[in-house]
Design a protein around this ligand. Structure first.
Ligand code: SF4
Ligand code: SF4
Length: 123
């Protein structure tokens, strides 16, 4: 697998979906996510600020989608963020990744192929 991280030049999912999770992941409840970065959407769930309505864009996302982006809360991000996977990075297709990229005019990621070693290239 390539060590290239496609998310560094994407960020589409952080600017497409409502990113919600149990309020217990917030710092005031003993979790990691700063309280001032979320908004209460139900009695027990919060969403990252900026993603609670369309057009969605998490306020913790820096940069330009499809060019270069960075999560300013990377170490403190929620389980929802941690569990969202890019297509094929772990060998599996992730339709949600494709959908977010499509919404921003980006093509789906493609499976990466390890180059096969022909016998004359094996040391
Ligand atoms: S849409 Fe996919 S490639 Fe883009 S940042 Fe999200 S997980 Fe990464
Ligand atoms: S907290 Fe970071 S990873 Fe999660 S949606 Fe916002 S920018 Fe994306």
């Amino acid at each position: 697998m390539s060590s290239h991280n496609p998310c560094l030049t994407c960020g589409a999912c952080c600017a497409h979906f409502r990113v919600s999770f149990f309020w217990g992941e917030c710092q005031s409840a003993g979790g990691s996510v700063p309280d001032d970065q979320v908004i209460l959407i139900t009695p027990h769930r919060v969403a990252m600020r900026g993603t609670e309505a369309k057009p969605s864009r998490c306020t913790a996302l820096l940069g330009d989608v499809g060019q270069g982006t960075r999560c300013t809360l990377y170490e403190q991000r929620s389980s929802t963020c941690r569990e969202f996977e890019a297509s094929w990075v772990n060998g599996e297709h992730q339709p949600q990744c494709d959908a977010a990229r499509h919404a921003h005019g980006l093509p789906p990621l493609l499976p990466t192929m390890e180059p096969e070693l022909s016998p004359d290239r094996v040391a």
